[in-house]
Design a protein around this ligand. Structure first.
Ligand code: DQA
Length: 148
């Protein structure tokens, strides 16, 4: 089984980007923790980040072709704008969990709207990097039926 974690625009700056809001952990350190969780369950782990909407869409298409069974995605700013990303996830029919480091409902009103939330298996928002871990644990349970 394969799990893909997708990070959207500006998340390559994690650790130095608004650390009071998004935390000090770097994207690499977050990904390494997630890889460890997947390793424990014999699930192959892939993580990707892009600042380009089209590249993220193509990554999601490729995920379907390579047999990815579950996606954990922080679409970042594209959450609030991208019908294209929504359509890509609908097209591939890969179940996914949406993650946000910050609580998008406690910020500017435009962040409360997500183009993906209603088609997600679930949404985790406001728990920082822990949210990714919780999402990956939930994904693993659903992929391999294991309690962890
Ligand atoms: C974010 C929230 C988005 O509104 C914002 O554009 C981001 C990060 C989060 O993880 O809290 O880039 O997805």
């Amino acid at each position: 089984p394969k799990l893909l974690v997708v990070h959207g625009p500006n998340l390559n700056r994690l650790g130095s980007r608004e650390p009071q809001r998004y935390g000090r952990a770097t994207l690499d350190s977050v990904n390494e923790r997630l890889r460890g969780l997947c390793d424990q369950h014999g699930v192959s782990f892939q993580a990707t980040q892009s600042n380009y909407e089209g590249e993220l869409i193509e990554t999601i298409h490729a995920a379907a072709d390579s047999g990815v069974g579950f996606i954990v995605i922080n679409p970042a700013a594209l959450t609030h704008t991208s019908i294209g990303l929504r359509d890509a996830l609908l097209a591939v029919e890969i179940p996914f969990i949406e993650v946000h480091l910050s609580n998008i409902h406690a910020r500017e009103p435009f962040r409360s709207c997500s183009y993906l939330a209603d088609i997600a298996q679930g949404v985790i928002s406001g728990l920082g990097a822990e949210g990714y871990e919780l999402a990956v644990q939930a994904a693993l349970r659903r992929m391999v039926g294991q309690q962890n």
